[in-house]
Design a protein around this ligand. Sequence first.
Ligand code: ZN
Length: 450
Amino acid sequence: MNNENKILIKNTTIINEGKLVVADVLIANEIILQIGNIDNESNYKLIDGTGKHLFPGIIDGQVHFRDPGLTHKGDLYTESKAAIAGGVTSFIDMPNTIPTILNVESLNQKYKIASQKSLANYSFFLGVNGENIDDVIKMDTRQFIGVSDDGLYFSKKGNLLADSPEKMEKLFANCQSIIAIHSEKEEVIEANEKAYKKKYGEAIPAKFHPLIRSAEGCYEASKRAIEIAKKHKARFHVLHLTTEAETHLFQNDIPLQEKKITTEVSVHHLWFSDKDYDQLGMLIKWNPAIKTEKDRKGLFKALLDDRIDLITTDHAPHTLEEKQQTYFKSMSGAPMVQHSLNCMLEFYKQGLISLEKIVEKMCHNPAILYNMTKRGFIKEGYYADLTLVDLHSPWTVNKENLLYKCGWSPLEGTSFQTEVKQTFVNGNLVYDNGKFNENKLGKPIEFTNN
Ligand SMILES: [Zn+2]
């Protein structure tokens, strides 16, 4: 390789492992070759990082890119592109596509589709539900980055693992990979649905969503699931935590590497609260629901004190038409992946979180938690997944700058003070000041489950 193919990022503020350091970064092939004081005597392609901050590429541990089968909402090309514009270089996608990813054959098919069109690095959960649990526990589950029931409950009631202690017992006793589950209790939700339907019919206002998919339903499900996981010493991850009460079920007195029970918060549960339903209505209908301001603050506190390990987006695009329906018909979920870093950096601007902590929760910890190989850090020898951010570049979200296939966002009209300028995926400058270079695609994320 001649030096013209090497890239030198000069004079940038690197955020990595709890420190901010001004240095140069030399990228060669796919990797970070050198970090330090590097002269550009060798005709490298030069990127001036002066005044900008270099983040490890964001790793989003939970997205729904809708491919295959639901590609009118989004697909692995469009949504990975939006992700990269937001500084996200790797993602793990959920199994509720069509077909649902309940066996190795459909999982491999999804990897194949991604290899043909994802601009970012990718990995996929194997789906697990009542139908395939006996097959799953017979497999060598270490071959999967994780197994999950997330989203599978939409197609059929009774598919929530957290709702079925017998199924959890079986899975937790036999699964050797990370088990990531959606934790809500169906019978609590059903009773609430009935009561609100009686009062409002089909036209239940969106603001009652957190009272129907209630804090109680979340807490009871999480508490029981954690008890069963502990009994079997399973490696258990609770997806998208939404209540202050649940944060007390998690510990922060041991490092993430030693934790058996982990959890995450999705960025919308830090950004929105129940005071936003009147203005945004069904657009912010998510499962589990956006809850109270007290819950939002409690989640933030648990994130800062390390009871919560990760920040994800649960990026879940639907068309505007699918969202703007009456309560029971309106689909739950919304697109977020393009703005997760911007949202967190707004909190930084407000003095609520440090840049180092954002990097820990969005870059380092997803790589550690999912045992990824050579990603999530700015280190020599690691993949050059990097994002260069201007912390003083205000802009406003609008339909013209959204890259989602669904063409809308609950953040339209929101102004951010920070902007992603460049994103590198495996050393390729894929996103450069609004323009994409699509010559090279992302790679499957390597991981080790021992
Ligand atoms: Zn999800």
